[in-house]
Each structure stands twice: as C-alpha cells, then as structure tokens.
Design a protein around this ligand. Structure first.
Ligand code: SF4
Length: 298
C-alpha cells in the first residue's frame, strides 16, 4: 500500500495449502452488526470491512478503524493488491466531512486514514489528506490520527502539506524487500520509500514514522534484516509485519506461510534493532494495535 485492501478471505490458487493458524472466522454478532449499520448510515466503508479483515472487531472495540479516501480505484497496479485500477473522476468534495462524522459516530480514539495512489492528481491527493485531518480535528479533537500515505511520486512539497496538518503518525508501507520490488510493487521504488520516511523525520522529528511489510512473497530472513537496517538508519519508529495472502488467482502466489512461532522470532529480532514498536504475526496488518504502537513511540 499505500493502501492495499489486504484481502484475507479470498485466498485462491495458492502454492501451498492454507495452514490451520490462518483459519479464523469473520466477525459477526449484534455488536458487529451495530457497527456495520452505523458505517452504512455515513455512506462510508472502512478498509477493515472492504478487506473482510478478521481483526476488525478487535480494532473497533479498541476504538480504531481505517478509512480509505479518494475512491476505490488506483493509478497503480501492485502484484499483491486487490484494488481496482483507473480512477474515475476526482475525489468527492464532502468526503472529509463524512469521514469526520463516522469517526464521531464510532467514537474512535484512533483513526487511520489511507488512500489509493492517485498519480493523476497534481499533489497526489495530499490536500485530501489535509482536509480529512482538519475535519476530524474540528469535530473529534481528542482522536489520534494516523495517515498511511502513498509515495506521492516523490513530491516532497506535497508531503510537507500533509506534515503541516500535524498527523499524529505518518505511515508509509515499504511492503517488501528491495529485490522483490519489480514484481510486487512495480510502480514504486524502494529508495523513494526510504527517502519519504527519511524526509518526514528530517522535517518533523516529533511525528513518529511507521512502515509495514508482508512476508511470504519469497524474501529471505537476511533480506528482511537488511530492510530493517535500512529503516533504522533513517530512524523509522514503528514496524508491522504480516503474512501475504493472495487475493485472487491473478495476483502473486504465496511462496510460504510463516508460522506464528517464526513471527514471534521476527518480532524479537526487529525489537532488538531498536524499533520503538513492532507488531509481527500472521494477521498483523498496517493498523493492528495501532494506538498501542503509537504510545510506545511517543
Ligand atoms: S498503490 Fe498498489 S497497494 Fe496501493 S492501492 Fe494502488 S495498487 Fe494497491
């Protein structure tokens, strides 16, 4: 991602069978239905719902949800991502207000705002992020706001626009190791991702930086360590690591399912590299335990 719909349920055509630790039911029940209907009323969907994320009830109950802005079509075409392509038209003008309303209705303590990549918009959609941050601050001044942004095509003026709106956390996902970028994230650039996170630290050292990766795409442990070394060189604060799952048969296959024990070991190794907060596990996604990780970085 910026912003992938991390499709968890529709795993098809995988090279190896889905292991038992990944078999987990979707949330349901009256409390969940209440939340669903609240969101429906605001005419908004969360990434949590769209991706049928099994963590969503856990996140909602901790007062966290993730909203995707600027539509549901992307100008890029990453090999792991189920989002449609070719955006139709400009983002809705009332989107920021609708997100702020949903944050209020859900009484969120922590809102994650993400987007598709919009290379077709001059500032990459930076001003849309700013509008949403301001609208949430107006109506929900206590809500913490994390922005999970695209790479903005390397436009650091656009990045500065977002930083000026003072999000509480700036997240940009590195997704995978450098060697796999051509197949996994062909429209992006490993060094540009590092540069973006470095620019945030340089310009606003008080804002924690965060990034997320998928494993199971063919990377080696040595390559993961090399990526984390690169991230720590630019003082990236928070890291999330989760299992890649193939959204449809047309997407990249899963090369390997990483066991919960291996994830626990990876988390330990990343923490030893002095990230302030790390979450690693089969179901970990960008927003998992977001408030807890933020508090560790403060
Ligand atoms: S940039 Fe890539 S990961 Fe993000 S929404 Fe577009 S296709 Fe998906």
């Amino acid at each position: 991602m910026s912003c992938k719909k991390e499709n968890i349920q529709n795993v098809k055509n995988i090279k190896v069978g889905k292991p038992k630790w990944l078999r987990r039911g979707l949330p349901s029940g009256p409390e969940y239905e209440k939340l669903r209907s609240l969101l429906k009323k605001s005419d908004l969907t969360t990434v949590c719902q769209e991706a049928q994320c099994p963590n969503q009830f856990e996140c909602y109950s901790k007062g966290t949800a993730t909203f995707m802005i600027m539509g549901d079509r992307c100008t890029r075409n990453c090999g792991f991502c189920a989002v449609d392509h070719k955006p139709k038209g400009l983002p809705d003008v009332d989107e920021a207000e609708r997100v702020a309303k949903a944050v209020e209705l859900l009484k969120l303590r922590y809102a994650v705002i993400t987007s598709v990549t919009r290379d077709d918009i001059e500032d990459g959609g930076a001003s849309c992020f700013v509008d949403v941050i301001r609208a949430i601050r107006n109506t929900n001044p206590k809500t913490l706001i994390e922005v999970l942004i695209p790479d903005l095509g390397g436009n650091w003026n656009a990045l500065q626009t977002i930083l000026d709106a003072k999000p509480d956390v700036l997240n940009h996902n590195i997704e995978t190791v450098a060697r796999l970028y051509p197949s996994v994230r062909s429209g992006a650039d490993y060094n540009r991702t590092l540069e973006l996170l470095a620019e945030v630290k340089k310009r606003t050292p008080q804002i924690p930086t965060k990034t997320g990766m998928m494993v199971g795409l063919g990377e080696t442990v040595e390559e993961l360590h090399a990526t984390w070394t690169d991230l720590r060189k630019i003082s990236c604060d928070i890291l999330t690591v989760g299992q890649y799952l193939q959204p449809t048969a047309h997407h990249l296959p899963v090369e390997r399912f990483v066991s919960p024990e291996e994830f626990a070991e990876l988390e330990k190794q990343a923490l030893a590299m002095r990230f302030s907060g790390v979450a690693a596990g089969p179901f970990v996604r960008s927003s998992y335990e977001a408030e807890k990780l933020y508090r560790k970085a403060r």
